[in-house]
Design a protein around this ligand. Structure first.
Ligand SMILES: C[S@@+](CC[C@H](N)C(=O)[O-])C[C@H]1O[C@@H](n2cnc3c(N)ncnc32)[C@H](O)[C@@H]1O
Length: 276
């Protein structure tokens, strides 16, 4: 296939499409990224160039092409127990407090938003199973959402390569909760059954949801502009139950965006709660 060259007009078209569809901000100078991520999409749809792909997008409302373009352009980098410290905070501070608070109801609602290929919500599920035997008999709603159908499919399959399990997953948890089949590690049915994976675009209207006790919203707002961040944090604030907890990525904050939150510093990490 001929090398793709992107005209400034096509570049703007793709940037606007991404902003409209998923709030992703595509800074100038990302031609290489468009080339490398959209060339396979163009090929898959029988299109000969990025120019051809943009023409198709302009001329038709081909929703499968739009969704393939969006899915190809979002960054899905993730790993088990990513950044370690937030999970230590979860284990040592947040979950013990939540369990005390919710003991009368014996119910926990946990939402992992922008969950990519599932390593993050499965890390939470393993942590619950491994360190909180008290929760047996509780009603645990562990919901993970993402805009990418491909990532959700991968998550539901719960199958990971050697490289993926090598990143962040302690060996004892690998051996206890995964079964090796060929070169692939498949997560135990007990863990998989704890999870519900659903499509959800954070930048569009949200469906009705329960009051969440804990929201993990990590490493996705970095791709959005401040207005979108404010709108998402406003909705997160309204979605949190009383005394609910919010965990953001290491490069993310509510500071200067939503003053209904306070940050509590912990073990080399931190979490947010609504101000009293
Ligand atoms: C960098 S990954 C972060 C994964 C995980 N939270 C973590 O921290 O390891 C970002 C994820 O956000 C998803 N995403 C991007 N834009 C989104 C949107 N508008 N709504 C929902 N998910 C989105 C992507 O599909 C991707 O899986």
């Amino acid at each position: 296939m001929a090398e793709f060259i992107i005209s400034p007009v096509d570049y703007d078209f793709i940037a606007n499409l991404l902003r409209d569809q998923c709030a992703l901000v595509l800074d100038p100078g990302k031609d290489y990224l468009i080339n490398s991520r959209l060339s396979p999409i163009a090929q898959r749809h029988g299109l000969t160039s990025i120019d051809h792909l943009v023409r198709r997008l302009r001329d038709t409302s081909d929703s499968s092409l739009v969704s393939d373009v969006v899915e190809a352009m979002v960054t899905t980098e993730t790993s088990f127990f990513r950044d370690v410290h937030p999970f230590e905070t979860l284990k040592k501070i947040v979950l013990p407090k939540l369990i005390e608070l919710r003991r009368p109801q014996r119910q926990l609602n946990i939402w992992c938003a922008a969950s990519s290929s599932g390593q993050e919500p499965y890390s939470i599920a393993m942590l619950l199973k491994e360190y909180f035997p008290d929760l047996a008999g509780w009603q645990i709603n562990l919901t993970a959402t993402d805009i990418s159908h491909e990532m959700l499919q991968r998550s539901r399959a719960g199958r990971y390569s050697q490289l993926e399990v090598n990143r962040g997953l302690p060996t004892n948890l690998l051996l206890k909760w995964f079964r090796q089949e060929g070169g692939v590690w498949e997560i135990d049915e007990q863990i998989r059954r704890m999870m519900t994976f659903k499509p959800m675009n954070l930048a569009q209207p949200w469906p009705a949801m329960p009051a969440w006790d804990l929201i993990f919203l990590r490493n996705v707002m970095i791709y959005f502009d401040n207005d979108v961040k404010k709108s998402i944090l406003g909705r997160v604030s309204r979605s949190l139950g009383d005394d609910g907890y919010l965990v953001l990525g290491g490069a993310e904050t509510t500071f200067g965006l939503d003053n209904s939150f306070q940050r509590i510093e912990t073990l080399k990490s931190g979490y947010y709660q609504r101000k009293p």
